[in-house]
Design a protein around this ligand. Structure first.
Ligand SMILES: [Zn+2]
Length: 238
């Protein structure tokens, strides 16, 4: 399960991990909390609503390219996630974790990712809480039988966007070689036609750094020292 804030997060941030999982036959579920109406790049949309509609369709197309099994876009307002009812929003994720029963959950870290977007920070906090609460019978007893996901990973990075205040990323524990699905990740990004200027702006960065994604094991069910890995699913799938 991958939880993101905006249409395009699923590809530019997590696209490699999702496409690799799909290639291995692992079921994936992307939950996106907003429809991205507050984006700087607005395509030819006449209104926020029109942009949201456009970006919903782009999200669906991108998930299709990445081979995502199941995707869902919730109805929170873009750029307003820090003001939502935390308990209620985490509960919506708990409900989905208990229903879909993921082993592995991936999301942004508390740094908010490369652009330090506050929505990304909030997605991290909400998903972290839901990850732990999904497996606790005392939490949300009315939202279905508990399910304990086994691993929570945060996205990290080995580079910053120049001329922009950098995030303070969590040191990574997983280096994911995404070379084999790199073109698919780019193709997924291309589905976000309203965000084409963003793709142009980040082209050089992705050319230079785009063969890897970095993740940090943030929670797991066995006490252990941090270990460096090259896989999110080792020991869980063959
Ligand atoms: Zn985003």
């Amino acid at each position: 399960m991958c939880v993101v804030a905006h249409p395009d997060d699923e590809c530019f941030a997590f696209g490699g991990a999702l496409a690799l999982a799909a290639e291995r036959g692992i079921e994936t579920y992307v939950i996106c909390l907003t429809d991205g109406q507050a984006a700087t790049n607005r395509g030819n949309a006449a209104s926020g609503e029109a942009l949201g509609k456009m970006r919903r369709a782009e999200f669906v197309a991108s998930c299709k390219v990445l081979g995502v099994t199941r995707h869902e876009l919730l109805d929170y307002h873009d750029a307003r996630l820090e003001f939502v009812d935390f308990s209620q929003a985490a509960g919506r994720l708990v409900k989905r974790m208990r229903h879909f029963q993921p082993d592995v959950v991936i999301t942004f870290g508390g740094d908010g990712g490369l652009n330090t977007h506050p929505d990304h920070v909030m997605v991290s906090m909400l998903t972290t809480s839901a990850f732990h609460w999904s497996g606790q019978a005392k939490r949300y007893p009315n939202l279905g039988a508990i399910h304990e996901p086994q691993r929570l990973f945060y996205l990290s990075t080995n580079f910053f966007i120049p001329n922009r205040q950098p995030p303070k990323p969590i040191p990574w524990t997983v280096t994911l070689n995404i070379q084999s699905v790199r073109e698919r990740k780019t193709e997924a990004f291309r589905q976000h036609t309203s965000q084409a200027p963003l793709m142009d702006q980040t082209k050089d960065l992705f050319e230079k750094y785009g063969s890897e994604e970095f993740y940090t094991l943030a929670a797991t069910n066995e006490p252990q020292a941090a270990r460096l890995k090259e896989d999110l699913f080792d020991g869980l799938v063959g």
